[in-house]
Design a protein around this ligand. Structure first.
Ligand code: ASP
Length: 455
């Protein structure tokens, strides 16, 4: 948990200088402006600038290509160490489960199952609306940063066996994500079991995790240039055709998030906790609004715990354990975005996905959710690991990045709702919910006035 608190601090620190120079635009606005400018410049070049070697070789395939690919490589550079450290730290914090015994294990299983369900909903919904059909972007893929069409035929059994690394160092070096995650989980769990004996190694990983978070926020500072160049190149080559899939992608993510939140969670609450989902939603909406505006699960932890405890009558001993754990390892909304992004990019770049690839995506996105820190935009970094696992080109992320902030806000609201739903189910089954408080519409109303503390 300490690692995450530091992570939030690191993230906030990166944005602090911007706050001081009050007139300067925030990173999100700059990325969004870069998206619009990239789109306009690309469309302008496509329709208004006649073909010439200056246009094609120097600008589009020269400057735009080099800067865009440089940015993609920076993002790729972060993936392995970032995911490895944050999974080790996340798994090590599960050491707390000892104090809560059965509840800890139940919570963990619930978190993993709901995330796997969330990716499945996302893959299903995305295949219904086909966000990436109609435009062929396969020509825009850089030869050395992707592996379109390289996905070999591998059986389900081999894929499952492949999760266990024969040589973890080789898996790290090759960026083979499932074995890396497996090994990281193992290291983290053993750190938790050994406790004080391995405190130094635990601290090393927490501090390395902080370094990676800081590096991520620094790399994100050049994101506007990367996004501008990647989009300008895309639109110079394809023109307006590329715009429609982006809108469809947004619709796909928002639709799947709505299904998870309003259908899946409500059914889980009704079936497993036997409580009224409408009452839950009414009491919980302010927490969702807070998560939406901060785009950070971590920042929402205090308000989430207080709401569950004071408005819904959950025993604080349970909520103060399950909510921070959920904000660290349970990201259903992020997994949904990643599922839709996979289908979107595969369709856009003509990469066929079979049952083995879908299973791989479900497994990788579920595990990536453990490696996603509860701060803004990290879901985009771990997305590249999901893409790598099925050989998708990372260029797809550039298209998504410019419109990601609003999706980040929405998926964060779903992330923390998933944590709260799990808490309600586990607490109710444990007889740890005061139903009088849950049914009382005025319970905890003082929270509506109080401003939660950001930590
Ligand atoms: N912003 C998300 C969260 O804090 C993580 C992400 O998907 O980027 O829950």
């Amino acid at each position: 948990m300490a690692a995450n608190a530091e992570a939030v601090k690191a993230n906030q620190n990166a944005e602090e200088p911007e706050k001081k120079k009050r007139k300067k635009l925030g990173l999100t606005s700059r990325i969004f402006i870069a998206l619009i400018l990239g789109l306009l410049v690309g469309v302008f070049i496509h329709y208004c600038v006649p073909e010439s070697s200056i246009r094609d070789d120097v600008v589009v395939e020269g400057v735009f290509y080099v800067v865009g690919q440089g940015f993609i490589r920076l993002m790729q550079m972060l993936v392995v160490p970032l995911v490895f450290c944050s999974i080790v730290c996340g798994a090590a914090s599960i050491g707390d489960t000892k104090t809560l015994g059965k509840i800890g294990v139940k919570t963990l299983c619930f978190y993993l199952l709901t995330t796997a369900l969330a990716v499945t909903v996302a893959l299903g919904f995305a295949n219904l609306i086909n966000p990436g059909f109609g435009v062929d972007m396969s020509s825009l893929v850089a030869s050395d940063t992707s592996s379109v069409g390289e996905a070999e035929e591998v059986s389900v059994i081999d894929t499952l066996l492949g999760i266990i690394p024969t040589n973890p160092i080789q898996s790290l070096a090759e960026g083979d994500m499932l074995p890396v995650i497996f090994f990281a989980l193992f290291v983290g769990i053993i750190l938790a079991i050994l406790g004080n004996k391995t405190e130094m190694v635990h601290r090393f990983f927490e501090q390395f995790n902080d370094i990676m978070m800081k590096m991520t926020s620094l790399v994100m500072l050049v994101a506007p240039f990367g996004v501008f160049c990647l989009l300008a190149r895309t639109f110079s080559n394809i023109g307006f055709e590329a715009f429609i899939p982006m809108l469809k992608y947004m619709f796909g993510v928002l639709g799947a998030l709505a299904i998870q939140c309003l259908v899946v969670y409500m059914i889980l609450l009704f079936v497993f906790a036997r409580i009224n989902p409408i009452t839950f939603l009414k009491k919980f909406i302010s927490v969702m609004a807070f998560a939406f505006s901060t785009a950070s699960s971590n920042a929402t932890i205090p308000l989430n715990i207080e709401t569950l405890t004071r408005k819904m009558g959950v025993d604080r001993r349970i909520s103060s354990f399950t909510i921070p754990l959920g904000a660290t390892i349970n990201m259903d909304g992020t997994a949904i975005m990643q599922g839709v992004a996979v289908v979107f990019t595969a369709q856009l770049f003509g990469v066929p996905l079979g049952p083995v690839e879908y299973l791989t995506v479900i497994a990788t996105a579920t595990l990536a959710s453990i490696g996603t820190a509860g701060v803004p935009s990290v879901g985009l970094i771990t997305l590249s690991m999901v893409f790598n696992s099925v050989g998708l080109p990372l260029e797809g992320i550039a298209l998504i990045m410019g419109i990601d902030r609003v999706l980040d806000m929405t998926r964060t609201a779903v992330n923390i709702t998933g944590d709260a739903v799990c808490t309600m189910v586990v607490a109710k089954q444990n007889g740890s919910v005061d139903l009088d408080v849950f049914k009382d519409p005025t319970a905890g109303s003082e929270l509506n006035e109080a401003r939660p503390q950001m930590s």
